[in-house]
Design a protein around this ligand. Structure first.
Ligand SMILES: Nc1ncnc2c1ncn2[C@@H]1O[C@H](COP(=O)(O)OP(=O)(O)OP(=O)(O)O)[C@@H](O)[C@H]1O
Length: 352
């Protein structure tokens, strides 16, 4: 389940966004643009299962928030024409919670388990058996008199989603027949998504304005859709309702999204590394504390984008700002005496 936050630039779902999000979700693989490799692989898995008359293999979807994992789970259920049951790792703290869900599934149902890496260990062990043998062992009683009663469950397809595939234990990862790794979207694909969403929401937008929004959306459809709505609001309140590239750009500047798509958190992280820790290396927890954010938010939301854009590096000694980061912030990087090379590895944070 997507996290709810109040930050308009957070790629997690925003309070009030959920209804808008579901209206914009593409309903089929053919309409799910921007991840052609995963869409094609998934289509093969689903078609083959249908031809064999079997439930499709369990599917693991991984990638940063807002790239379409929940959407794909819904699409899988739609494509094979079965109901979808949704839950999330943090909601399943006891094996009994999972047993209750699994035993209530109907034959062939898709069970979407978001944030699967945050499930409790006993529930995880129950899931192994359920995935492999479509069976759970219910423990009745306590102590030496406790007995395990095996309970058959109908064949189902588990779709697990995680932002951190690396945190999943090997035995769990191995039980998925297919793993789809979602990656940040190219700007062209996001332009298409912005145009599609605009048309669904009845917003008139030209290609150049859609490109302004898409290129500042950090490669993330959820952010593209949200920025489109903010641009629409700005045009309505400050202009005559018409969106053009200048209006789109003014609106995004107002919402503190810069030309490269960096938002307030991204810039706060880079500024902290450069100005408070001399460019790094600085440990993740120190960095998160210095920008007043959870370690998880910095690691899962800001960092992947900053690393991908070449602003930040992860080194064994901590996070280090690249020359591009200094340049983007309009600062000059410190130089190693006599070499003219930025001193990227001075050890400023011995507490890491
Ligand atoms: N390929 C796509 N085409 C069009 N819209 C998309 C696409 N992928 C995602 N979206 C839109 O982006 C929004 C977020 O997608 P979704 O909720 O599926 O992301 P997620 O990866 O599950 O996020 P989280 O990890 O936070 O749960 C939805 O509104 C959805 O409509």
């Amino acid at each position: 389940m997507a996290k709810l936050t109040d930050d308009p630039l957070d790629p997690h779902a925003h309070v009030g966004d959920l209804a808008a999000e579901s209206a914009l979700r593409p309903p089929s693989l053919a309409e799910f643009k921007g991840q052609p490799r995963v869409a094609e692989q998934l289509e093969l898995v689903l078609t083959a299962a249908q031809r064999r008359g079997r439930v499709p293999d369990h599917v693991l979807l991984s990638g940063p928030p807002g790239l379409g994992k929940t959407t794909l789970a819904m699409i899988i259920a739609n494509e094979i024409g079965v109901p979808l049951r949704i839950s999330s790792g943090p909601a399943i703290q006891h094996a009994g919670d999972l047993a209750a869900i699994l035993s209530g599934l109907s034959e062939g149902e898709v069970f979407f388990l978001d944030e699967i890496h945050r499930m409790s260990r006993p529930a995880e062990e129950m899931l192994y058996l359920a995935m492999e043998d479509f069976r759970v062992d219910i423990i009745v009683g306590k102590g030496p008199g406790a007995t395990e009663i095996p309970l058959e469950i109908p064949p189902f397809t588990l779709v697990g989603a995680t932002t951190r595939a690396g945190l999943l234990p090997g035995p769990l990862r191995d039980r998925f027949g297919f793993t789809g790794q979602l990656d940040y979207y190219e700007t062209d694909a996001l332009v298409g998504i912005v145009e599609r969403s605009a048309s669904l929401l009845g917003i008139a937008i030209d290609r150049t304005s859609a490109t302004v929004i898409a290129s500042r959306s950090r490669g993330t459809p959820r952010i593209a859709n949200r920025l489109l709505r903010r641009v629409r609001d700005y045009a309505l309140v400050r202009r005559n309702g018409r969106i053009d590239p200048a209006v789109a750009s003014e609106a995004l500047t107002l919402y503190e999204v810069d030309e490269l798509g960096l938002d307030r958190l991204d810039r706060a992280v880079l500024e902290a590394v450069c100005t408070r820790f001399g460019g790094g290396p600085v440990g993740l927890s120190t960095l998160a504390m210095s920008v007043g954010e959870e370690t998880e938010t910095v690691e899962e939301v800001a960092e992947p984008f900053l690393i991908r854009q070449g602003f930040l590096m992860r080194t064994p000694r901590g996070r280090v700002a690249t020359p591009r980061a200094w340049q983007h912030l309009g600062l000059s990087a410190p130089r190693v005496e006599g070499t003219g090379v930025p001193d990227l590895f001075s050890d400023t944070d011995p507490t890491r």
